[in-house]
Design a protein around this ligand. Structure first.
Ligand SMILES: Cc1cc2nc3c(=O)[nH]c(=O)nc-3n(C[C@H](O)[C@H](O)[C@H](O)COP(=O)(O)OP(=O)(O)OC[C@H]3O[C@@H](n4cnc5c(N)ncnc54)[C@H](O)[C@@H]3O)c2cc1C
Length: 287
């Protein structure tokens, strides 16, 4: 289908983009890679009166380590993440995720900022950023603010961004020594959204799990950290027995609903298996 009528704006910088958002007061939407928004507009699930295209806004696409975190500009594409050496060597969970997002054509356009601003529980980056305890930088006409990722996803397709705010940066704490992370996803076919997926980041010291962040994809109404599963890992030895027990907790803690990707029980079983493998892979990488 063809999208409904809209006015198209191309601001030259973030300030202009934020001013347009404020001016159109809830009637405008940011356009980044368009890989989620345009399909929704074609199906008339979204009918914004104004589109504010960020593609000519400079300085929003970068991946750099500074001041104790990895900073990723909101307009950084999936392919840029996929081929970045720092990501590959030091943040393997991000590489795991980008590798299984859609297909190369989509990854050339889709942005990381758009992936989380869309707040689709089926998208892959929310769980990864929850497990990594990232922060999100929001910019509006009045300046910046930092939103902890735990406060960012409020409901299905709903975030903590104000209607006149733009997501400009994602900050991930620099990986400490002894950190291992992994993201494992099961999909019906290559390029599809997850039947289920598990993201984990853990710090292992002297064979014991000192810290853990766990979140799951497409098995809850909106992205949220799996706190019971984290508690089943922290303070315990990084062994197969711990991982099996924590994976069982994950399968109980998730809230899948039956759909064309399978019934609830099947999804719980998928999560159990993926979680056990992801915990084990993260511990191996921590070494
Ligand atoms: C065929 C296909 C397969 C896909 N498979 C997957 C998959 O397996 N896993 C997965 O995670 N995703 C998948 N996607 C979805 C897509 O990859 C993501 O949702 C995409 O990354 C969104 O980013 P975008 O830049 O295209 O955002 P857009 O579509 O431009 O925007 C999405 C939403 O976020 C808002 N937005 C975007 N950027 C900002 C910003 N900087 N500040 C504030 N609001 C903003 C927009 O207003 C809009 O509401 C798939 C998409 C397609 C078309």
């Amino acid at each position: 289908m063809i999208p409904g009528k809209f006015e198209y704006h191309v601001p030259a910088d973030v300030g202009q983009a934020a001013a347009l958002l404020r001016h159109y007061d809830g009637e405008a939407k940011i356009l980044a890679g368009g890989q989620s928004l345009i399909p929704m507009m074609r199906f008339r699930l979204a009918q914004p009166e104004h589109l504010i295209d960020l593609s000519k806004v400079p300085g929003l696409s970068y991946i750099e380590e500074r001041d104790g975190h990895l900073a990723i500009g909101a307009l950084t594409t999936e392919s840029e993440l996929e081929h970045n050496a720092t990501i590959r060597d030091r943040y393997p969970i991000l590489k795991d995720a980008t590798d299984v997002i859609a297909d190369p054509l989509v990854r050339n356009l889709a942005t990381v900022g758009g992936n989380i601003a869309h707040a689709d529980p089926a998208n892959d980056h929310p769980a990864v950023l929850l497990a990594l305890r990232a922060d999100v930088v929001a910019t509006g006409v009045d300046g910046h603010r930092v939103i902890p990722i735990d406060e960012f996803f409020l409901d299905t397709f709903v975030t903590g961004l104000e209607p006149d705010e733009i997501l400009t940066e994602i900050r991930i704490p620099t990986a400490k020594s002894g950190t291992g992370s992994a993201y494992l996803k099961l999909e019906r076919k290559v390029g599809d959204y997850a039947i289920g997926a598990v993201a984990v980041s853990m710090v292992v010291r002297d064979g014991v799990i000192a810290e853990a962040g766990v979140a799951m994809t497409n098995v809850s109404p909106y992205p949220v950290r799996a706190v019971q599963t984290e508690a089943a890992l922290v303070g315990r030895p990084a062994t197969a027995a711990t991982f099996a027990a924590a994976a069982e907790t994950a399968s109980q803690e998730c809230e899948p609903s039956g759909d064309n990707r399978g019934p609830e029980e099947y999804k719980r079983a998928v999560i159990r298996t993926l979680a056990e493998r992801a915990f084990s892979l993260a511990a191996e990488r921590a070494n």
